[in-house]
Each structure stands twice: as structure tokens, then as C-alpha cells.
Design a binder for this molecule. Structure first.
Ligand code: ATP
Length: 358
């Protein structure tokens, strides 16, 4: 039996609640499959640990995660601790330390869930947004001078390396080739930013040329926002810089209903180090501890993780179970207009997983 070692980091707020639900569902999927299983190890890293020890994760945190096959992450962020600490000292420390340079976000409007677009347009959304996750506008290069003076200056320098652009574009091409439509949109802003973005275009053109079966187009990021709303069916796989994809991803999740549904993977395609999978929602302190967090984002996350682990059939079965539950419109949590608890929704998905296999 294939046994996958998973590090479960619930983190803050509703993170531990949805990660626990995802572990239950993963065990249920494995039980109906028979060919694989999981060994979960939980890590209580996050804001509570920070309050006790002054660290979001132990000093040797990365070393402790190294041997796992994947990381299942919940959420991070607390009202009384600055974002730059909660984010940079845990989530980003793992993303950067393990060089998880591709942030991959699938987007679909699940059956039964209503988004803000007209239904016939919403039904056309079936995208994967591939975000450069290691450099670009978030490279952290820059500085401030003349602090407090009228001539104060603040600068952030966007860093694009040939190797960085090449590897993210290649990963996006591979994803696009694995999907039926074989279509990739390269997002850019080279009309205004004439150095790094022009190089981005050149490098992406060189990489995509190596995929003759791929239908490739290039789009300015501003025009891309309009296209996502007006012509969602013309888009399949998208590759964009750290900042551009950050913004496009939020638009994508808004077009797909609740924040509680979306999932993302921080992937090291070289597979030298573990990749990390997480729901896109945050800590949601307003509902923490009430038992009503929507766990579907964590389930979609778990499905992405299964795919990454080579359990493609199990990944599909899990998503089919999630879609069965949303389509029925029963056992929905309050954010989706229902009155179910996290546990009831989890039970419904587990029942659908078993049913799907019967
Ligand atoms: P962060 O800065 O950590 O991203 P945030 O407050 O900007 O936090 P969220 O924590 O994701 O964003 O919460 C935004 C809103 O969406 C909150 O009202 C929250 O209750 C709701 N929400 C987020 N995730 C879920 C979920 N899984 N189930 C139900 N509601 C959710």
C-alpha cells in the first residue's frame, strides 16, 4: 500500500477546523480506494505558538517538514499580531524555504453555487491560474530613504530572472497541455513596464514556442480582468507574475461564489521538497470556534494534494463527492446559504465519497 506522509499545519482561526475535516475526508477516500493511505502528523504552529514563544514555527521548522510527502495548511493571521509576522514567519517562510515557486489555483463554479455572473457565463469558468511565487514584485527588494522628511522616498523593485520566468512558464505550459483545451494565456504589462515585463514576454515566447500543440495568447493584465468577466469561456490556463496573479486570483474567486471554496497549491515542480496545499480563505475569526466554517476549500485543497501525490483517481473521486454535495444543495454551511455545520457538511461529503465508489 502506498503510504503518504502528510504534515498538517492548521495554523490560526478556522484553519485547524477545516484541516481536521480534510484529514477525515482524506482517510475516507483512502478507505474506499484501498491502494493508498495516510500518516498525518499535526504541527501546532501559528499565532498561539508565537504568543508563547515569540516564533510562528520552531527554528528547525523547515528541517522537520523536509521528509514529508506534502503539507496540508489551514490559515494564518491573527488580529493582535502584525501580518508581516504571521505571514512571513510561517507561510512564506515555508514557500520560500522550499522554493515552492508555482502557486497553482484552479477555479470553477461548482454546481449549485451561484456566482455574480449570469449563470450561462458563470458556467463557462474553468481556469487554472499559475502564479509566479518566488520573485517579481514581491521579491522584497527596495528601501526607504529620507524617512519622515518631505523628500521621503519608498521603492519596491520588481525582480525578474530569466531562470525564474522560464521555470514558471514551463510549469504553466505543462499544466495547460494536461488539460483538454490546451490553451495558455500569458499575462503581461509590457506596454507600461519596459524592462522586466518585456523580458517576461520574451522568455515566455521562447518557452511556449517549444509547445507547438498549445494555443497561446498574450494579454495585458488590465484587459485580462475584463475578459475574465465578459468572456470567461475563452480562458483556460493563465500564467502571470506574482502581483498580477495575486489580483486575478482574487477576482477569480469572487466570480466563483464563496471564499470558503477555493483552493491553491504552493508547488515545487522539481519535487525536491514537499509542496504545500491550502484553502484560499483566511483565518475568519468572526466564525472561529462556532463549528460552521465551510470545509469545501480544504477538501478541494486535499484533492489537489492527492493529484500531486499521484493519486489522480482518488482526487477526482473527492471532487466528484464535493460537487455532488453542492449540487444537491443540502448540508451547506451558512456562507453558502444553508444551516449545516462543518461536521455535517464533512459527513455529507464522506457519504458521497463512499456512495461514489459503491
Ligand atoms: P486574511 O487576512 O487572513 O485573509 P480576511 O478577514 O481578509 O483574513 P477571511 O479570514 O478569509 O479573510 O474572511 C473573510 C470573510 O469570509 C469572513 O467574514 C469569513 O467569515 C468568511 N469566510 C472565510 N472563509 C470561510 C469559510 N471557510 N467558511 C465560511 N466563511 C468563511
Amino acid at each position: 500500500m502506498r503510504r503518504h506522509r502528510i504534515a498538517a499545519i492548521g495554523g490560526d482561526g478556522i484553519g485547524p477546523e477545516v484541516v481536521a475535516a480534510a484529514c477525515r475526508v482524506l482517510d475516507a477516500v483512502a478507505a474506499t480506494d484501498g491502494g493508498h493511505g495516510f500518516a498525518f502528523e499535526s504541527f501546532d504552529w501559528g499565532s498561539d505558538l508565537y504568543r508563547r514563544t515569540g516564533r510562528m514555527m520552531p527554528k528547525d521548522g523547515l528541517r522537520r517538514l523536509e521528509g514529508f510527502d506534502a503539507i496540508l495548511f489551514g490559515a494564518v493571521g491573527a488580529p493582535d499580531i502584525p501580518d508581516h509576522i504571521t505571514l512571513w514567519d510561517l507561510r512564506l517562510a515555508i514557500c520560500q524555504g522550499f522554493d515552492q515557486y508555482a502557486n497553482v489555483r484552479p477555479t470553477r463554479l461548482l454546481p449549485g453555487v451561484s456566482g455574480p455572473l449570469r449563470p450561462e457565463l458563470g458556467a463557462q469558468i474553468d481556469w487554472v491560474i499559475v502564479r509566479e511565487n518566488s520573485e517579481g514584485e514581491y521579491a522584497g527588494v527596495g528601501g526607504r530613504a529620507h524617512r519622515g522628511l518631505p523628500i521621503e522616498v519608498g521603492m519596491d523593485v520588481a525582480v525578474f530572472t530569466r531562470a525564474g520566468v522560464e521555470r514558471i512558464c514551463r510549469h504553466a505550459c505543462e499544466i495547460a497541455m494536461s488539460r483538454p483545451r490546451r490553451r495558455l494565456t500569458v499575462v503581461t504589462k509590457s506596454n507600461a513596464q519596459r524592462h522586466g515585463m518585456v523580458m517576461w514576454d520574451e522568455v515566455c515566447a521562447g518557452v511556449t514556442a517549444q509547445y507547438p500543440d498549445l494555443q497561446v495568447d498574450k494579454m495585458l493584465v488590465d484587459a485580462m480582468t475584463a475578459r475574465m468577466v465578459m468572456k470567461p469561456g475563452t480562458i483556460d490556463t493563465v500564467v502571470a507574475t506574482n502581483l498580477h496573479a495575486d489580483i486575478l486570483s482574487d477576482l477569480a474567486s469572487a466570480l466563483c461564489g464563496s471564499l470558503g471554496i477555493g483552493a491553491t497549491g504552493n508547488v515545487d515542480p522539481s519535487r525536491k521538497r514537499p509542496s504545500m496545499f491550502e484553502p484560499i480563505h483566511g483565518s475568519a475569526f468572526d466564525i472561529t470556534g462556532k463549528g460552521i466554517a465551510n470545509p469545501l476549500g480544504a477538501f478541494w485543497t486535499a484533492s489537489m494534494m492527492l493529484d500531486h501525490l499521484g493519486e489522480g483517481a482518488a482526487a477526482k473521486r473527492l471532487m466528484a463527492a464535493v460537487e455532488t454535495v453542492t449540487a444537491r444543495g443540502e448540508a451547506l454551511t451558512p456562507d453558502l446559504g444553508g444551516s449545516a455545520t462543518t461536521e455535517q457538511m464533512t459527513d455529507a461529503v464522506i457519504a458521497a465519497v463512499s456512495g461514489a465508489n459503491a
